[in-house]
Ligand binder design. Structure first.
Ligand SMILES: Cc1cc2nc3c(=O)[nH]c(=O)nc-3n(C[C@H](O)[C@H](O)[C@H](O)COP(=O)(O)OP(=O)(O)OC[C@H]3O[C@@H](n4cnc5c(N)ncnc54)[C@H](O)[C@@H]3O)c2cc1C
Length: 414
């Protein structure tokens, strides 16, 4: 029986394990803390299939200085980390050229149009369909000009089949009565959904997979090397042990870069840290995820409370979290949701695995075909996890891919 090691028990690694188990493969997930906190637990819970526009778009760089001047604004770069970020930032900047934006949008859309095809059976087969709330999302604007300035992005989304309904401020308040008078425009995107609680979902998925035969090994993967005898590849653990397999999938989220470099593959991967506050008794009711466009944050009604999250902080993987950001997001939310009770929230921070072109890395290593990459999903890992798992499972089994994988190849960083 074929044996595949998956490094990482986040949503991407577990989704990959799901598809491989379904194909009768023996799967071992290696994680230094399988049940521990991770991006897949604390995210906003959005199945954001409508998000096909990359982070870098024409005109964005002009806004960056203003954001950086605001110490609790939507973007921050820690001074000590800035020098090592230069190459990533240059590549990010070139991803914002119009032709690149169109190319990247096509590649994001190719993944996102497959999401429900892969996600719904994954949830159903693990008894988790009830976790999905298919209620759409509402994007709101305070300023009609800000709405107009994003017209090209909405047009691009429409071109890829995203359903977009333009709303007045009153229409938006009719859908979500908790919104205050500051909302001037809205956009309803019915294809978006959210999960009831990402942490519960990932925990339940892991437990279900263990029930289906998944082996979980606690340990930190430090190296990926050649196999011995019949095994094509081996993974070295921090305690000196080696685990052998036919293939290894690197799904270690923001920590995947070091493992790829160990294989000899260049990659540009950064931690884009996000923050949130979850308020169990927020005093306001939202029925669906709301995106506050100008301020770059969201609020999602989860079963554990209202989660208010956002921010993009580049400081590397080891900088201490600055929970002032979590508090600042609540203050912003109170501006849009006048009845919000801000007390008693739980603060959280987590590392988004961010590539400069907003595309994940999915595909076999050109250096060693027994190594398959599945990381770098940035803001869309929960959304694209099931589809990535399906694609990676097909690669491991030598099946023809469901979509053209060229845009996601790690060789783009050479
Ligand atoms: C504030 C915020 C909001 C977000 N909102 C959304 C959203 O609404 N929708 C959406 O689709 N996405 C969202 N995201 C992004 C999404 O959460 C991530 O893209 C996704 O969780 C990444 O999943 P992953 O499995 O790749 O990584 P992780 O969830 O980070 O899991 C990686 C795992 O690998 C393990 N690991 C790492 N290195 C090693 C090693 N060397 N050896 C062994 N184990 C290792 C870690 O312990 C961890 O368990 C959000 C992210 C943040 C931070």
């Amino acid at each position: 029986m074929k044996h595949v090691i998956v490094i990482g028990a986040g949503i991407v690694g577990l989704s990959t394990a799901h598809h491989l188990l379904k194909e009768g493969v023996r799967v071992t997930v290696i994680d230094r803390d399988p049940e521990g906190d991770k991006a897949s637990f604390g995210n906003a819970g959005g199945i954001a299939v409508t998000e096909v526009v990359p982070a870098s778009v024409p005109g964005l760089l002009w806004k960056v200085p203003g954001w950086l001047l605001d110490p609790l604004g939507p973007l921050a770069i820690r001074a000590t980390h800035a020098p090592s970020l230069i190459t990533w930032l240059l590549r990010f900047s070139s991803a914002g050229r119009p032709a690149e934006v169109r190319r990247i949008a096509a590649a994001l859309a190719a993944l996102n149009t497959r999401v429900y095809t892969d996600l719904l059976p994954l949830l159903a087969e693990n008894g988790l369909l009830g976790e999905l709330q298919q209620l759409g999302a509402l994007t709101v604007y305070e300023n009609a000009k800000a709405f107009e300035s994003e017209a090209a992005q909405w047009a691009l989304k429409r071109a890829y089949g995203v359903e977009v309904l333009d709303l007045s401020g009153d229409d938006a308040r009719e859908i979500e009565p908790a919104l205050g008078a500051s909302v001037a425009r809205g956009v309803f995107t019915p294809q978006w959904s959210h999960v009831r609680d990402p942490r519960k979902l990932v925990d339940a998925l892991r437990q279900s997979l263990v029930g289906r035969g998944l082996c979980i090994r606690v340990g930190e993967a430090c190296s990926i090397g050649p196999g011995v005898l019949d095994a094509a590849v081996s993974v070295g653990l921090h305690d000196g042990q080696r685990v052998l397999a036919d293939s290894v999938v690197v799904a270690a989220g923001a920590w995947s870069g070091q493992l790829a470099r160990d294989v000899g593959d260049k990659v540009l991967l950064e931690s884009e840290r996000g923050y949130n506050t979850t308020i169990a008794a927020p005093g306001v009711v939202l029925s669906r995820e709301v995106i506050f466009a100008e301020r770059h944050f969201v609020a999602t009604p989860l079963s554990c409370g209202l989660r208010i999250g956002g921010a993009a902080e580049f400081g590397g993987l080891n900088a201490p979290a600055n929970f002032q950001r979590s508090r600042a997001l609540v203050r912003l939310a109170a501006h849009y949701l006048p009845g919000l009770r801000a007390e008693g929230g739980t603060y959280w921070a987590g590392h988004r695995p961010a590539t400069p072109d907003s595309l994940p890395v999915i595909g076999a290593s050109p250096r060693n075909p027994a190594v398959i990459y599945a990381f770098g999903h940035g803001h869309l890992g929960l959304t694209q996890g099931a589809t990535t798992g399906r694609l990676v499972s097909d690669i491991a089994l030598g099946k023809p891919p469901q979509i053209d994988l060229a845009p996601y190849a790690i060789s783009r960083f050479n």
